[in-house]
Design a binder for this molecule. Structure first.
Ligand code: CA
Length: 226
């Protein structure tokens, strides 16, 4: 596993690098946004740790450019506690997770493990996995262990979008556009209705996965007990 650390606080970057190397990772460090972006774009990293306040190019711009170039490398953003309000902006730019400084080494390691594990595994073109769930396209069926449930077309589309985006927040507007399309006169209410259908099915499956509501923003998946 190879981790890129983009952090201008030299001592913090070195501490994190030591921590990761002690735990079996290969870790490279960049101290500014431009070189961070160049390195991240090589595609050789399994995870990028990205500070927000950086010289030359800030973390949000790095992330936006990275996603615009089609990179799907998981990005863990690091930010000072005072910048917590930036969280939504970070998630909107395509961050996979947020950690506020100062953080515990164990917390950082757990996040990195989670991010490298949570890449949606597409075993065949037919099925997708997230946590204890498996979504099968040919049968529109959602599996959790021995249990399974059939989904309607719209429920399937919504679940697929949520699983593809993992812990990223999907806004109601995005769900409406992607599932109902521009032409439709569907409203936010439709999204809420289908979210409630899916929640019922997740409960029925005894899944650890929950659909979390981010007030005034949208929805994302989370796994209970993590
Ligand atoms: Ca900084």
């Amino acid at each position: 596993m190879r981790v890129l650390i983009v952090e201008d606080e030299v001592r913090l970057a070195a501490t994190v690098q030591d921590l990761l190397e002690l735990n079996g990772y290969t870790a490279d460090v960049c101290h500014d946004g431009e070189s961070g972006l160049d390195n991240a774009l090589t595609g050789i990293y399994d995870v990028v740790l990205l500070d927000v306040m950086l010289p030359k190019l800030d973390g949000f711009s790095v992330l936006r450019r990275l996603r615009a170039e089609g990179s799907a490398t998981p990005v863990l953003m690091l930010t000072a506690r005072s910048e917590v309000t930036d969280k939504v902006e970070g998630l909107d730019c395509g961050a996979d997770y947020y950690l506020t400084k100062p953080f515990e080494p164990r917390e950082l390691l757990a996040c990195i493990r989670a991010l490298t594990r949570r890449q949606p595994e597409i075993r065949s073109t037919d099925a997708m996995e997230y946590s204890d769930l498996r979504l099968e396209k040919s049968s529109f069926t959602l599996f959790c262990g021995q249990r399974s449930v059939r989904l309607s077309r719209k429920e399937y589309d919504m679940m697929e979008l949520l699983m593809l985006n993992r812990e990223l927040v999907l806004t109601k507007e995005t769900l409406l556009l992607k599932i109902w399309g521009y032409e439709s006169d569907a409203e936010d209410n439709n999204v809420e209705v289908y979210i409630s259908f899916l929640r019922r099915k997740l409960t029925h499956l005894h899944s650890r996965v929950r659909i979390r509501t981010i007030r005034m923003v949208g929805y994302c998946l989370e796994t209970a007990g993590e």
